[in-house]
Design a protein around this ligand. Sequence first.
Ligand code: ATP
Ligand code: MG
Length: 268
Amino acid sequence: MDITFDQLRYTYASGVEALRGVSLAVPTGQRLAIVGQNGAGKTTLVRHLNGIFRPTSGTVRIGDWTTTDKQIAELSARVGYVFQNPDEQLFARTVRADVAFGPKNLGFDEQRASELVDAALARTALTREADAHPHHLSLSERKRVAIAAVLAMDTPIVVLDEPTTGQDERGVRMVASITNELAAEGRTVIAITHDMDFAAENFERVIVMAQGEVHADGEPGEVFSHTDALAKAAVEPPQLMRLARELGWRAHPLTVESFVAQLAKKPQ
Ligand SMILES: Nc1ncnc2c1ncn2[C@@H]1O[C@H](COP(=O)(O)OP(=O)(O)OP(=O)(O)O)[C@@H](O)[C@H]1O
Ligand SMILES: [Mg+2]
């Protein structure tokens, strides 16, 4: 289920040109992180995947479908989108009802739906909150309900819009392992994030956006060494890379393990 954005442009009714010709191909099973300053167009870009937005010009393809030929309901069988703000996504009176809405809507039989809901609640550590009203939960819990609601839809493509916002260390680790498990199952995971450490450690590809355009695209090590593009997008490289640079290293370690391995190679 490859994704292709071809010369995508999007202008809001207010006249803001949020996307100014984005072309990207995202192959099946890729873990792609999208980074860039506030207002860069990241959310506008991914909202084209599930048909919330229709291109002003250009095309978006998902597998053999062109999004403009499909209804939002059809696209939701292929793309699960976790909203940046969970309060725009959640609407039911209980956590379970919110998580059950997607699989029910996709027409899964009752048993499959209830297995998917149970698994999604367990995966996001919300089993005990199943009967709670989402409004009584904290923002980080509501964000996890929003993630569970998408996991339960069992889609080949999962889009996470700032999934680590408001999460503590354990929550960030949970989102990271969900990302890696989804990719191991052959699903495509696209995450928008302002957390460069999270992007560097968990994604094989990073794109940097600024003012409606892609300014850098590649493996994290390569992209985060692209100082011009990062400056344009007001993005700081991950902490370990900054530390390595301050130490005058030529290597660009992205993970604690590779940093330690590099340290062991240096004369003390
Ligand atoms: N509903 C809207 N109406 C008009 N302009 C909008 C609307 N939503 C976003 N914009 C504008 O479109 C541009 C891109 O916004 P978008 O939300 O896609 O950015 P983003 O990269 O997701 O930012 P953030 O990191 O803050 O979430 C910005 O200039 C923003 O102000
Ligand atoms: Mg956004």
